[in-house]
Design a protein around this ligand. Structure first.
Ligand code: DC
Length: 220
């Protein structure tokens, strides 16, 4: 008799351009997992709030605007896309304006609270679509969203190497400033969670990083 493998949750945290998305996507493909990029969720919300002219400093307007945002999920291949009011995110969520503002919105507890249940709800989305599990990337996945995840990884890399990676992607991104803001905020800061497996990818290829993770996952 063959037993059905149990649902697995993989949390990958790390700073900007630390290689989370590339590794998550390959793991998703290899292990039949739903890929959930929570940075894209914060980016989409930031883009929507900027479009509405709601500043992070105006808490009353922001709280009201958040109640008006209706979240649903649409799959794009193996990746979960956050739809706000039925609309997917567009390419502007990777642009300079969102890069500059996203950490300010992400530091607000009401914004994080609004996403908390939605992010945990991705388990049900993965199950409904027949995935074996999910791989979720972000800043607080192993510390707050899924502290009991089956695997928790923390990726880091030298800031100069990370800046080069972004430049190769043709992006202007204030990596160091975002990391500073994301690590120093009170609400769910960027931290390497206790017990997480830390991987320094500065001198590793993408295949080597994925190989380290996959070896641990395959062993269990
Ligand atoms: O992963 P990314 O660089 O696309 O994320 C954009 C921003 O979103 C990041 O600077 C901080 C915020 N973020 C967060 O606060 N918590 C997460 N789980 C994911 C992203």
């Amino acid at each position: 008799m063959t037993s059905t493998p149990s649902f697995i949750i993989i949390a990958i945290d790390g700073g900007a351009a630390s290689g989370k998305s590339s590794t998550s996507k390959i793991l998703a493909e290899r292990f039949n997992l739903l890929h959930v990029d929570t940075g894209s969720f914060y980016r989409h919300i930031t883009h929507e709030l900027l479009r509405r002219g709601v500043l992070p400093t105006n808490l009353a307007a922001l709280t009201l605007a958040l109640t008006e945002l209706n979240f649903t999920t649409q799959l794009q291949g193996r990746s979960a896309q956050l739809m706000i009011g039925g609309q997917p995110a567009d390419h502007e969520i990777r642009g300079q304006n969102v890069n500059e503002h996203v950490s300010h919105y992400a530091a607000i507890p009401a914004v994080r609270q609004k996403l908390l249940g939605y992010q945990r709800g991705q388990v049900a989305v993965a199950q409904q679509h027949g995935f074996r599990g999910l791989v979720m990337e972000g800043r607080d996945i192993g510390s707050v969203i899924f502290p009991a995840a089956d695997y928790r990884f923390f990726l880091h890399a030298d800031p100069i190497e990370r800046a080069k990676r972004r430049a190769r992607e043709g992006q202007l991104d204030s990596i160091a400033e975002r990391d500073r803001l994301d690590s120093s905020r009170i609400a769910s800061p960027l931290v390497s969670p206790t017990g997480a497996i830390a991987i320094d990818s500065t001198f590793l290829t993408l295949e080597q990083v994925v190989g380290k993770m996959a070896a641990l996952i395959e062993k269990s």
